[in-house]
Design a protein around this ligand. Sequence first.
Ligand SMILES: NC(=O)C1=CN([C@@H]2O[C@H](COP(=O)(O)OP(=O)(O)OC[C@H]3O[C@@H](n4cnc5c(N)ncnc54)[C@H](O)[C@@H]3O)[C@@H](O)[C@H]2O)C=CC1
Ligand SMILES: O=C(O)C(=O)COP(=O)(O)O
Length: 526
Amino acid sequence: MPKVLVSDPIDQVGIDILSQVAQVDVKTDLTREQLVEIISEYDALMIRSGTRVTQEVIEAGTQLKIIGRAGVGVDNVDVTAATRKGIVVVNSPEGNTIAAAEHTIAMMMALSRYIPDANQSVKGNKWDRKSFTGVEVYKKTLGVVGLGKIGTHVATVAKAMGMKLLAFDPFISHERAEQIGCRLVELDVLFQQADYITLHIPKTAETTHLIGAAAIAKMKPTARIINCARGGIIDEAALAEALKAGKIAGAAIDVFESEPLGESDLRSLGREIVLTPHLGASTEEAQANVAIDVAEQIRDVLLGLPARSAVNIPGLRPDLLEQLKPYLQLAETLGNLVGQLVGGRVESLNIGLRGELATNQSQPIVVAALKGLLSHALQERVNYVNASIEAKERGIRVIETRDASVKDYTGSLHLSAKGALGEHSVTGALLGDNEIRVTSIDDFPVNVPPNRHMLFTLHRDMPGIIGNIGSLLGRFNVNIASMQVGRKIVRGDAVMVLSIDDPLPEDILDEIKKVSGIRDAYTVTL
Ligand SMILES: NC(=O)C1=CN([C@@H]2O[C@H](COP(=O)(O)OP(=O)(O)OC[C@H]3O[C@@H](n4cnc5c(N)ncnc54)[C@H](O)[C@@H]3O)[C@@H](O)[C@H]2O)C=CC1
Ligand SMILES: O=C(O)C(=O)COP(=O)(O)O
């Protein structure tokens, strides 16, 4: 039974799903050293934002197949290191959207009405009404930085509260922003005009310290900033300084440069700051959502199925994945086949997408073909995660061509590989019931289902060859399951494709090559 380590607090519903297929160990207080020490026992790791999955952890995780982040941000995972090792990293892109957006609105209101300090005052047996006169958000301008899933929900709710909306997001169109009711502006304009600024962007090199002294200097003295996205997008020292000096009116912060928050000037500020310990996703509903979402993906991957929200498998959107699954299988099979026909090092792979396939997103198909191509050499070390990197590192040139006009099958795939030992091509298509058919070998037409063990010959189309090969295999007790010949012209060159029940030993292959009229012979194991 596979083993899953859960190293952050996860809703029980997720543990229950995992327990159906794996031994689940919940250990939420591990030190970095302890994690590195035990991770080699595990096939999967399930985390939230608390566990740092460093390169060291990934290197030590020799059995790891998947890292599941029960939430959105994967900045605590070295995704590059995981990708290199073929470890799938999955998250739950939508499970906590509402929770994070509602926390943002709660923070905005708490900040505007000084609720945390007023609450503390009453609990401290005071009845102070003077110190907590707040401000309304109605008719104020909210600047949303990052109009993705959370930013959009925040904007929608804020609009219903009567706020005017500005947004900055270089990856969103004006039309999309308008649909949400936001005016898309440059960041400086947002800084200058907004009464409230809320951040909903990932932390990247570009967004680190996006809000520092220079940005704050552009803001209104009445501006209030909310960060429920990621620590480090705000320069905390500059923020504390600006609040102390009254350069802006307030800040509500859920996420910090270093978590848990250590000694910080932010702690010593008064009612102008509201701090929560990374609670954006902490609702019962969100925790159930993300636990189910990620546990199901871990379960699927452990069962050999694809994950629906892998962050390091390029181009595999869940809806597309479902639609493309049979074609991915086709691409992988043909990649594997052509890779073995070429043998040795492959220099280039031409991928021809025809018919319906030419109109689809090609990246997953390309990845599947590369996975197949490399699988003979790399076995289980290559998967959908690292196939592109492995191919690139081997210097394999990938060329894609599309031809939607080919109509012989709904969609067909033509792979042509060139290597140090020669060049070969295969074409394949799916029948109505998604059964794979190889429809050409080296441009000779055939119609064969792939078989675990196959023998291909290139020979002169002349009487006696088929009989000779048949009796030679018979002599060596090799059972033929099916046989087909493809030729372009009578008495020209031809290919023979034999499905055989057992692998063909090398010495028999050498015998076959000696048969008169045989130009070449290849065995393939799929
Ligand atoms: N406090 C908490 O507990 C939680 C925090 N989060 C964080 O909230 C953030 C947003 O999450 P989602 O809305 O789900 O992500 P998303 O991917 O749907 O949206 C992010 C948006 O940021 C935009 N963006 C990227 N770089 C940008 C830049 N340099 N300037 C402006 N816009 C940029 C993207 O175009 C995208 O529209 C993430 O950092 C996530 O980790 C998410 C859930 C809970
Ligand atoms: O989903 C995210 O990005 C979050 O920040 C939530 O973090 P958490 O799972 O609550 O540690």
